[in-house]
Design a protein around this ligand. Structure first.
Ligand code: BG6
Length: 494
C-alpha cells in the first residue's frame, strides 16, 4: 500500500491505526508492505518512529489493552519504505516505480498495489494522471492496481463530474475506491442487514405504513481548526451529498439482487436519482440554513462561528443545513425525508427516525384516553449505537390509560465493542477488491445534482438572519418551521 500524504494527519490518525487493527485481527497478509510518499524529506526510520509514537497514543486512549501488540505492529512496519517526492513531478513517480519493484522483490507483494490518496483534494486528479503516465495502473498478469480517493470528491456537480472524468480517463471504475467514511461505520452497514435479513420490517417499509423519515447528523464540535476549509465548504457540501445521502440510500433502497458491489450500488444510485430536484424558486420551502451563535456547551461559553479562527467576521457560510426531500418512486411517493445536520448542536447524535402512520383512531375515539403516540422506529447510528421501537401500551390498572414505552437494543450489550477507527472494513475491502462500501461515479454525481440548486440559491441570496441558532441548541427555528408547515415536528436531539 502506497500512502500519498504519508506525513499527514489522516495517515497518522486513521489509516495506519486501521492497518494495525487489521494486523491484530490477522487480516493483513504477511506479504503486506507499506510505502510512504510525501514532500517532507524524511528518513524511513523517522517516519516509522513518528507513526509508532502516534500509535502508542492511539492505543492508550482507545478502548484497547493500552499497549501496542508488537507482532501486529511488525506486520505493518516490516519492510516499510519512504519515498520523498512531489505529487506533480513525473520523476518522483518514476522513483516510486523503482521503489515498488524493489519492494515486490523483497516482500513478495506480487505487483499488487493500493494507492491511497490521503492528500488535499486538488491533487486527486493529478496523482491519478501521474500514476497513469508512470504505467503504475496497468493490471497485467493477474496483478491488480487500485486507487483510494478521500473526501471531498468535488465541491459541486460540475467539479465532481470533471474529477470523475479526469480519473476515469486513466483508470477503470473497478480500480477506483471513493471513500465515504460513514460506510465504514458498523451501524450504517447494519441498516441493510436489518432491513433485508429480517422478514418483519420489509412489508411495512413503504408509503402505506410510513408517514415520514427524519435523518439527523448532529455534532457538538464547532469548526475547530478547520476554518479555512470550512469557509469554502459549509455544512451542506461537507455532509449532505455524501454522508447523509448514504443514510438516505441505505434506508430507502430496494433490495439488491445480491450483495455484490454493483448490485448494491445500482440500487443506491436509483434512490438518489429519484430524489426530486427542486426548482430554484422553491429552494426556500425545501431548504434551511443556519450558522451558530455563541452559546453554552458543557458549562463553557463557546464562540460564535464568525469568531472562530480563519473565519470571516461577516461569513455567510452555513454550519447547519436541513432539507425536505421527496423520493419520487413507487415505494416512497408522498413520504417526506427530512434531513438535518449541523455543528455545535445540543448533542452528538446520528440517527434515522422512522415515523409510522397512526391507527384509524375509531376504537379510542369515545374513550377518555389521550391520543396514542405515534410509533417510531429509531436506528441509532452513533454514539449510542442501537435500534429502538417506541409504541403505546396500556398502563396497568382498572382504568384504560395509554403509556408510551420503548424497546431498546444496544449493540454493546450483545456484541461488546472492538477498538476501531471505522477505516478497517474499508481498507480490508480495498485489499479484497470489494467496492460495495465505496461510492461509484454515478452515486457521487447524483448526490451533487440534488444539492446543486440549493448551493446556487444560497450563494446568490444572502442569509439575513445569521447567526441564527445558539450553540448548544437544536438548531434554527426556521428548521422547526420546515416541518411545522407539514404539521410535523422534529424529534428533539436528546
Ligand atoms: C467529515 C466532515 O467528513 O465528517 C466533518 O468533514 C465531520 O466536518 C465528520 O465532523 C463527521 O464524521 P464522524 O465520523 O465524526 O461522525
Amino acid at each position: 500500500m502506497v500512502i500519498f500524504g504519508a506525513a499527514g494527519d489522516l495517515t497518522k490518525r486513521l489509516v495506519v491505526p486501521a492497518l494495525y487493527n487489521l494486523a491484530k485481527a490477522k487480516l493483513l497478509p504477511k506479504e503486506f508492505a507499506l510505502v510512504g510518499f510525501d514532500l517532507a524529506p524524511l528518513e524511513v526510520n523517522v517516519w516509522k518512529q513518528n507513526l509508532t509514537d502516534m500509535l502508542s497514543v492511539f492505543v492508550k486512549h482507545g478502548t484497547d489493552t493500552g499497549t501496542v501488540d508488537a507482532d501486529a505492529w511488525k506486520t505493518v512496519t516490516d519492510g516499510m519504505t519512504y519515498v520523498q517526492g512531489d505529487l506533480t513531478d513525473a520523476a518522483s513517480f518514476q522513483k516510486l516505480k523503482g521503489k515498488l519493484q524493489e519492494v515486490d522483490n523483497a516482500e513478495h507483494t506480487g505487483g499488487n498495489y493500493i494507492f491511497y490518496l490521503a492528500i488535499a483534494d486538488r491533487f486527486f486528479g493529478t496523482v491519478v494522471e501521474q500514476l497513469g503516465h508512470a504505467e503504475l495502473m496497468k493490471q497485467e498478469n493477474g496483478q491488480w492496481r487500485r486507487v483510494v480517493v478521500e473526501k471531498p470528491f468535488g465541491h459541486d456537480l460540475a467539479s465532481a463530474k470533471a474529477l470523475n472524468k479526469q480519473i476515469l480517463d486513466v483508470i477503470d471504475e473497478s480500480q477506483t475506491y471513493r471513500i465515504d467514511h460513514f460506510l465504514g461505520k458498523e451501524t450504517v452497514q447494519n441498516i441493510m442487514m436489518f432491513r433485508f435479513a429480517n422478514g418483519m420490517f420489509e412489508p411495512i417499509w413503504n408509503r402505506d405504513r410510513i408517514d415520514h423519515v427524519q435523518i439527523t447528523v448532529a455534532e457538538t464540535v464547532g469548526v475547530e481548526k478547520r476554518g479555512r476549509f470550512y469557509e469554502k465548504t459549509g455544512a451542506l457540501r461537507d455532509m449532505v451529498p455524501n454522508h447523509v445521502f448514504q443514510l438516505v440510500a441505505m434506508t430507502a433502497m430496494e433490495a439488491p439482487n445480491s450483495f455484490s458491489a454493483n448490485a448494491v450500488r445500482s440500487e443506491k444510485a436509483k434512490v438518489i436519482e429519484a430524489i426530486r430536484i427542486v426548482k430554484p424558486g422553491d429552494v426556500p420551502c425545501h431548504a434551511v440554513r443556519g450558522q451558530y451563535a455563541q452559546g453554552n456547551m458543557d458549562g463553557k461559553t463557546v464562540p460564535e462561528y464568525r469568531d472562530e479562527p480563519d473565519v470571516a467576521g461577516d461569513s455567510e457560510v452555513e454550519t447547519y443545513a436541513a432539507l425536505k426531500l421527496s423520493i419520487d418512486n413507487w415505494r416512497w411517493s408522498g413520504v417526506p425525508f427530512y434531513i438535518r445536520t449541523g455543528k455545535r448542536l445540543r448533542k452528538r447524535k446520528t440517527a434515522i427516525s422512522i415515523r409510522f402512520k397512526e391507527t384509524p383512531g375509531v376504537l379510542l375515539r369515545d374513550m377518555m384516553v389521550r391520543k396514542p403516540a405515534p410509533n417510531w422506529l429509531l436506528l441509532r447510528i452513533q454514539p449510542e449505537e442501537g435500534i429502538a421501537l417506541e409504541f403505546g401500551a396500556k398502563v396497568p390498572g382498572p382504568t384504560m390509560q395509554l403509556g408510551d414505552v420503548r424497546m431498546d437494543f444496544k449493540y454493546e450489550d450483545y456484541f461488546g465493542t472492538a477498538p476501531a477507527t471505522g477505516y478497517e472494513t474499508l481498507i480490508y475491502d480495498v485489499m479484497i477488491g470489494d467496492a460495495t462500501l465505496f461510492q461509484r461515479a454515478d452515486n457521487i454525481e447524483s448526490g451533487w445534482a440534488v444539492v446543486q440548486p440549493v448551493l446556487d440559491y444560497w450563494s446568490s441570496n444572502k442569509a439575513h438572519d445569521f447567526p441564527n441558532y445558539r450553540s448548544g441548541s437544536d438548531g434554527p427555528t426556521t428548521a422547526e418551521e420546515l416541518l411545522e408547515r407539514d404539521g410535523r415536528l422534529w424529534r428533539p436531539i436528546d
